[in-house]
Design a protein around this ligand. Structure first.
Ligand code: HSE
Length: 440
């Protein structure tokens, strides 16, 4: 059977990795796919650079639409990123009857419903293993390996940049701004790392996992998104003293009233494996009713790890001709007519436990005042830690840090109680609230 013909849109870090791994492992890949996979056309704005990567024998163009218009191309691999031109090109490729492979989590999390509908109408595949957690085959695991399970929850470290920053803040006691500069210097963070540090990138990925786990449409607009920009080194230190690590988690969970979908910094018990995922690595924990807890760990970004995921999708597409076509897997794991309308819950309805840090006046009755207010709101306290004045402000300090761990509380109840606590004259600074996930 003639090799499947692939056109790349964009040959940056992931595109060049894809080209190299396909070249290096072509024999092995052909044996698995049942036919060869050939990149025969590449579009990139920097034609000279693209040519220097692929050499002769591959058609290089500056216009992505020339790839889509080429009748010999079977699959278009979109590696441009973003919601702009990438969306138009993906839809045009589908309209032209091409299968699409993309690493573009932003595009699918926001416009997935439209894109999957267009693909279904045309009978082509849209595959996106590379969009979530880079080289970790989490999409395939959720969609196929765990297909027997009723998934209960997923919690993942799915942004390497922020995990690197949090690891460095904890290891070296450095503040956020200092480590962000280091992450940029090392090339982990983008020059404009807003999507990383504000939690948006992780929320795109969590949105895709949520759809696949629960059979709901992709709904990025319903996700609660909070990044790590407000985290202080002191909170990381206090969490440590209480036996926790702070991680930016993407969480999606099935509860009685609906689906939770949220990204925020979370205290995780230090003894959990995921709490020990350091640096730019990614990890995802999935809880299924039959399998129990499973953990997936690996590189969430980078040239060849992400290429590994792109090529896995290309092999799946090649198998459309080499395997029984009736056994294709739906885009979002569930049959399109069996999608659920279970609502994604507003954040105020989420129930979780909390770490609170209050900078309070160091005087008699303050602790009693704070705990009485929490008790009045029905919020149960799990642990309290008060730092000695000399650790906070030195000899003669008039303020102290009060750290409180709570039991499970509805977010709306907690927000109301915090608003009232914040009004107390003895509470001297904005209260820090970090959610806590026991993941057990
Ligand atoms: N900026 C992303 C990260 C790259 O830091 O994980 C992979 O999506």
């Amino acid at each position: 059977m003639k090799p499947i013909q692939v056109g790349l849109l964009g040959i940056g870090t992931v595109g060049s990795g894809t080209f190299e791994v396909l070249r290096r492992n072509q024999g092995e890949i052909r044996r698995r796919a049942g036919r060869g996979i050939e990149i025969s056309m590449v579009a990139d704005l920097d034609v000279a650079r693209a040519r220097s990567i692929v050499g002769e024998g591959v058609q290089v163009v500056g216009d992505a639409r020339a790839v889509i218009a080429n009748p010999d191309i079977d699959v278009v691999v979109e590696l441009i990123g973003g919601y702009g031109i990438a969306k138009a090109l993906v839809l045009e490729a589908i309209a032209a009857g091409k299968h699409v492979v993309t690493a573009n989590k932003a595009l699918l999390a926001v416009h997935g419903t439209e894109i999957f509908a267009a693909a279904a109408a045309k009978g082509v595949m849209v595959a996106f293993e590379a969009a979530v957690a880079g080289g970790i085959p989490i999409i395939k695991s959720l969609r196929e390996g765990l297909t027997a399970n009723r998934i209960q929850w997923i919690a993942g470290i799915i942004n390497g940049t922020t995990n690197f920053i949090l690891s460095e803040m904890r290891d070296k006691g450095l503040d956020f701004d200092v480590v962000l500069k280091e992450a940029q210097r090392l090339g982990y963070a983008e020059a404009d790392p807003t999507f990383d540090i504000e939690g948006v990138d992780a929320a795109h990925k969590a949105t895709l996992m949520s759809a696949i786990a629960f059979g709901i449409p992709v709904q990025f607009d319903k996700a609660y998104v909070e990044g790590i920009t407000q985290l202080g080194a002191a909170d990381i230190r206090y969490a440590e003293q209480l036996g926790y690590r702070i991680k930016l988690l993407g969480i999606t969970k099935r509860v009685a009233q609906g689906i939770e979908l949220r990204v925020h910094p979370s205290l995780v018990p230090a003894k959990r494996l995921i709490a020990n995922v350091e640096g730019a690595m990614n990890a995802v924990v999935v809880q299924g009713d039959a399998v129990g807890t499973t953990l997936y760990y690996g590189k969430g970004a980078g040239s060849e790890p992400t290429a590994s995921a792109v090529i896995a999708d290309l092999v799946d597409i090649a198998r459309l001709q080499t395997a029984d076509p009736l056994h294709r897997v739906p885009y979002l794991a569930f049959q399109p007519d069996a999608m659920s309308d279970t609502p994604v819950l507003p954040m105020s309805e989420v129930v979780t436990s909390y770490y609170l840090r209050l900078r309070v006046a160091d005087e008699a009755g303050v602790l009693a005042q704070v705990t009485a207010l929490l008790a009045g709101a029905g919020i149960s306290i799990d642990a309290v830690l008060q730092r000695e004045a000399d650790e906070v402000g030195g000899e003669g300090a008039t303020s102290t840090d009060l750290i409180i761990l709570t039991h499970n509380t509805r977010e709306g109840t907690m927000s109301d109680a915090l608003a009232r606590l914040q009004q107390l004259p003895t509470v001297l600074a904005p209260i820090v609230r970090i959610r806590k996930e026991e993941l057990n």
